[in-house]
Write a new protein. Structure first.
Length: 243
């Protein structure tokens, strides 16, 4: 398959291209600052990677992007670029949950560190991303027999509200950010500091495409979870007074 994947949902920009046109699968990767900078660097970096891979946009089987949750600006940027490129090239778009990409990145890192794990064992992952405003995005997944299953819908929670799930690996970017505000039990849990990456999106894409998850460019939408992006002056003043 020939795929382009990118994620701009966090402060990191991640892009990858994969191709099996000339034999075994190969990948080309790029990473850099995300956030506000992603809007100006994303398209040039994509063009550079496709040139390195010797691919044209029209040859892609799909454009894969991290649909959220995450940074509002980053999600809008990724979705708009995915829509524009896919529409112009006449290819499908595959939106992928960023928390699933976090879980997949954690699984891959764990597999690289402990390759002797039983192949049919079940891995439970609680994926966590900083949602700012003293909140976290959360979703729980199980990986078994090469397939991911999500336990429940995405949630937006306070750090202290994280509930222990037996044998679940904690993965994401919240451990340094929230520190002691996380429940005490998390210090004894297995934790991996990971972000959603384009290579994780590429690993997830074949199964999701086989399930029919790809959509036309005009149907690709970001996943926000929270509509409110900032606290009002009165809310910030009330919090300061309470502190």
């Amino acid at each position: 398959m020939k795929l382009l994947a990118f994620d701009t949902s966090t402060d990191a920009l991640s892009i990858a291209v994969s191709s099996t046109r000339d034999g075994p699968a190969r990948q080309w990767q790029h990473s850099g600052p995300g956030g506000a900078q992603a809007s100006s660097t994303l398209i040039p970096a994509i063009q550079s990677l496709l040139t390195q891979a010797g691919l044209r946009f029209e040859e892609l089987d799909a454009v894969v992007f991290g649909r959220g949750p995450g940074s509002f600006t980053g999600l809008r940027t990724a979705c708009a670029v995915a829509q524009g490129l896919a529409f112009g090239a006449g290819v499908k778009v595959l939106p992928v949950d960023t928390l699933l990409a976090v879980a997949e990145e954690a699984r891959q890192q764990l597999a690289d560190a402990t390759p002797a794990q039983p192949p049919n064992s079940t891995l439970h992952v609680t994926a966590l991303l900083d949602a700012r405003m003293d909140e976290m995005y959360m979703a729980s997944y199980a990986y078994s027999h090469g397939r991911w299953v999500q336990h429940a819908d995405h949630a937006l929670i306070k750090p202290a509200a994280l509930v222990s799930q037996a044998e679940s690996l904690l993965a994401g970017n919240v451990f340094t950010v929230y520190g002691e505000r996380l429940p005490a039990w998390t210090t004894a849990a297995t934790r991996l500091q990971v972000l959603p990456t384009a290579t994780a999106l590429l690993r997830l894409a074949p199964a999701l495409l086989a399930e029919g998850r790809a959509v036309s460019a005009d149907q690709a939408l970001p996943l926000y979870i929270r509509d409110k992006v900032a606290k009002t002056t009165l809310e910030r003043a009330a919090e300061k007074a309470g502190a």
